[in-house]
Design a protein around this ligand. Sequence first.
Ligand SMILES: [Zn+2]
Length: 316
Amino acid sequence: MPKLGLPIWRKRGRRCAAALIALLAAAPLLTGCGTGLRLPDDGRRTVVTTFTVLADMTRAVSGGVLPVESIIKPGAEVHGYEPTPSDMLSAARADVVLDNGLGLESWFQQFVQRSEARHVTLSRGVEPIPIRAAGQQGAPNPHAWMSPRNAKSYVANIRDALTRIEPAHAETFRRNAADYTRRIDEIEQYLRTELGKLPEQQRALVTCEGAFSYLARDVGLREDYLWPVNSDSEGTPQQIKNTTRLVRDQRVPAVFCESTVNDKAQQQVAAETGARMGGTLYVDSLSEPGGPVPTYLDLLRHDAETIVGGLSGGAR
Ligand SMILES: [Zn+2]
């Protein structure tokens, strides 16, 4: 994959064809403008996000006022993503670029250093939880959007970012953000109420990736996982052994895995302990339209229902 070493094109009106000519010598693997991020060319201000979850939240707040595009497409791996040169050229033309931060998009720092495009980090204001893993002490867990409480902070940051670039629609953004926040609250309330009905022993969330630290903290679940972050080693014999021991010792009723990774290791934990496979959780990507979680609210709702359903099947 070619690395960035690119001129930054900020001037609105410069089009993809011109960008390609400038890039061809430096980026031999670039195949064309049709494959990557594309921004509309109708004169409206534009917003780019790094991945699909942020794009959907931003569309909800924008309410159709501003076009919103995601660099990473539905279903693609977020951790360790390598942007194409055309992704970055398009992103540089946006009026604002929204990223997650907390170390999720390591490639984005390079973009920020080279681009004059305005950018806003949506996890700003969130209290980070450190990753619990050998060799990663102190690094923040990036999955802050999985907590409804944090999501409301993201929504406020999105509202403020959109208002700065399109102040004439400030009231629309304020109203949309307030409506969206109420819907996030409803899902959080459902999860709290349903988990509150379970015996303490059953309130445990064991997943493949350690992506649920914020959610678990907010709703009172014990959390464990096979590996801390995707792109590290996934499903090693030691990880399987450690999780198997924990699930057995704590009599955890069900274990879960996420949509973007292989669930083979977790299947092995389930087989060795008798825990149920509780279902597929969505974290790092939305699905395509028509899939199970085309929006962020669908993702939160699906995960809440899957967790409650998996843990409610009785103690072992
Ligand atoms: Zn992840």
